[in-house]
Design a protein around this ligand. Structure first.
Ligand code: ARG
Length: 255
């Protein structure tokens, strides 16, 4: 009887130690988990020579600096863009760094850091396309592609009010521009830096329309009320803006 009790005590001590070890090393304590959708060059993409595992890009570099400033290791959680707000609100990830535009709608669910990049939407069209020169041209029965849940989706659907039957929604920007290339779509509406990167890679053209497409501010999202992390993120962003590192990253990853 006594022996059995001792065994139980010993076993639970082992369990407590194992739990402590998990929390200490492998556990969340030493990690900062960044949620993203790594199909958005130059902000996040996958490559065999990534900065963090297979992941690389401007956001990964910024997030890595944030983690470092906290004495933590950055972990990247790659998922559909559409699921990112829920992932950070439920604590599945600590923050979202995903070239995410700080919109009023999203502000209802998450808190955003200071802005670190300003972009706008552009249209990616075929290299010899001559009939799309402004956003309104898309209303002429053009087949338009967007990525599900991106701000471009909202603009095409709600602002431009393109007929639903002419809109194709994909999960990844890098996939949908293929449909412009193979002629299934006339245009893809997507963020400027990504649109330029994807157009260049695929021999396509970018059409801008500064009047139709407002500027969008990218920011990092945290769970509502997580001011502790938000302060650290803003401190790193301020430092990286002041010392020119953000500008350097934009140049480095745009080549
Ligand atoms: N800026 C756009 C938005 O907030 C697109 C962001 C896409 N980001 C990504 N990592 N896939 O909706």
């Amino acid at each position: 009887m006594k022996k059995g009790l001792m065994k139980i005590a010993a076993l639970s001590a082992v369990a407590v130690m194992a739990a402590a070890a998990l929390a200490g090393c492998g556990g969340k304590g030493d990690k900062l988990v960044m949620g993203t959708n790594a199909a958005f060059p130059p902000f996040e993409f996958t490559t065999s020579t990534g900065l963090v595992g297979e992941f690389d890009g401007i956001d990964v570099a910024i997030a890595n600096n944030i983690a470092e400033s906290m004495g933590k290791t950055l972990e990247v959680a790659d998922m559909d863009f559409d699921g990112l707000i829920a992932a950070v609100s439920t604590g599945k990830v600590d923050m979202v760094a995903a070239g995410m535009t700080a919109t009023d709608e999203r502000r209802q669910s998450v808190d955003f850091s200071d802005t670190y990049f300003v972009a706008s939407q552009v249209m990616v069209v075929g290299a010899d396309n001559a009939d799309i020169t402004k956003a309104d041209d898309l209303k002429n029965g053009k087949k338009v592609g967007v990525v599900l849940g991106y701000t471009g989706d909202g603009i095409v659907t709600d602002t431009l009010q393109i007929a639903e039957e002419n809109i194709t929604r994909a999960n990844r920007g890098i996939d949908i521009v293929q449909d412009v290339k193979n002629g299934k779509l006339d245009a893809v509406v997507i963020d400027s830096a990504t649109g330029k990167a994807l157009a260049e890679k695929n021999g396509l053209k970018v059409v801008e329309d500064a009047e139709a497409f407002e500027s969008e501010e990218y920011a990092i999202a945290v769970k509502k009320g997580n001011t502790e992390l938000l302060d650290k993120i803003n401190a790193t962003l301020a430092e990286m803006k002041a010392n020119g590192e953000i500008d350097e990253l934009a140049v480095k990853y745009n080549q």
